[in-house]
Design a binder for this molecule. Structure first.
Ligand SMILES: CSC[C@H]1O[C@H](OP(=O)(O)O)[C@H](O)[C@@H]1O
Length: 357
């Protein structure tokens, strides 16, 4: 994606793969800082801290962490343990476990320089596959959004999204926002309502992304979504996903389920946009999706910027405040109008027909 005219991705490598560079998203939208990870442990830490976040992106970051893990383990005795640590960095997004399983299979039986070379080429291949999948999601989504827009002539299509499933959550182009970018390229007028998405405020990332792209976006409180839908101010809801079960139940950022309930009540179509790498065919239903419980401190504090522009954290609740902080919830398939994938827009009930043989 372009940032101030410069093409940018969320993660890339230098020094023939010895260094992995990434945007530290904990500092956005206040500061665009690029960090360099030269060890697999540092990249795992970046995933745990959400410096790197978003299901597809943490999958690719996990693959690069595996490539770094191989590079300084010549005897190969450490690799299995290291891959287990990488895969467990965050539990809900299946992309991380999927990426580690794919790297493990690719490296099986290889040794020395050949194993290092293959690890790096496989991680690079996964990054390019993510970009291609997201562009395809964007094309299918734009077709859908164009039809909705043509049914509402004379005004921009009103899209509500939750959390951030834009290019920052992937290597590039995004999933839920990929269709918005494609609409902009195709001249289809859209406006996005961006849920702020407490406690980590990923909606500020959505607002930053879209503002940088010159697209109309309005930040709203998480609790405003029902109001907007009740008053006919939302034509469609599009969100990302971290793991989709074989029946179409979808795990996404906490609060997504509430938006799906309001959408059903208000007669607003509700779409999930995700690549097939986010679908977990080993799970028959969403009740089996592990939900990450993050620190209560994320609720007791809020990140912001001082007048001098430095990013700081402010405590908004006393340290002794008990806080429960599930990071995700599961939206049942029956509340989902369609799942926008790189292979097309599927009804939740159709997923099993696409199960890889
Ligand atoms: C393109 S999927 C992004 C997905 O991941 C986010 O979670 P987090 O910010 O905690 O990594 C959120 O659930 C998004 O919808």
């Amino acid at each position: 994606m372009l940032v101030e005219g410069k093409p940018m991705r969320t993660i890339w490598t230098e020094d023939e793969g010895d260094s992995v560079l990434y945007i530290d998203q904990t500092l956005l939208p206040y500061e665009l800082r690029i960090r360099t990870a030269r060890s697999w442990e540092r990249l795992v830490q970046a995933i745990e801290r959400m410096e790197v976040r978003g299901a597809p992106l943490i999958g690719v970051a996990g693959a690069w962490a595996a490539a770094l893990a191989v590079a300084d383990d010549p005897g190969g005795n450490e690799l299995r343990r290291r891959l287990e640590v990488i895969a467990s960095a965050r539990p809900t997004a299946v992309n991380l476990q999927w990426a580690v399983k794919r790297m493990s299979a690719r490296l099986s039986g290889l040794e020395g320089r050949e194993r290092i070379r293959c690890a790096r080429s496989e991680a690079a291949r996964m990054a390019e596959e993510d970009v291609a999948a997201n562009r395809s999601i964007g094309r299918y989504a734009a077709r859908l959004l164009r039809a909705l827009s043509e049914a509402r002539p004379g005004r921009p299509l009103q899209i509500l999204t939750h959390c951030n499933a834009g290019w920052l959550a992937t290597v590039d182009y995004g999933t839920a926002l990929s269709g918005v970018y494609q609409c902009s390229a195709d001249g289809i007028p859209v406006h996005v309502w961006a849920d702020e998405t407490r406690p980590r405020l990923q909606g500020l990332l959505t607002e930053w992304e879209l503002r940088m792209a010159g697209l109309p976006v309005t930040l709203v409180a998480d609790n405003a979504g029902g109001y907007l839908m009740q008053r006919g101010l939302v034509d469609v809801v599009i969100v990302g996903a971290d793991r989709i079960a074989a029946n179409g139940d979808a795990a996404n950022k906490i609060g997504t389920y509430l938006k799906a309930l309001a959408a059903r009540e208000s007669g607003v179509p509700f779409y999930v946009a995700a690549p097939f790498s986010t679908i977990d065919f080993s799970l028959s239903r969403g009740s089996g999706i592990p939900i990450e419980k993050r620190s209560g401190g994320e609720l007791r504090e809020i990140r912001g910027v001082r007048p001098d522009g430095s990013v700081s954290t402010l405590r908004i609740a006393p340290q002794q405040t008990d806080a429960f902080n599930p990071g995700f919830d599961v939206t049942p398939a029956e509340l989902i109008t369609g799942i926008i994938t790189e292979k097309g827009v599927l009804r939740p009930s159709e997923l099993l027909e696409w199960r890889p043989q």
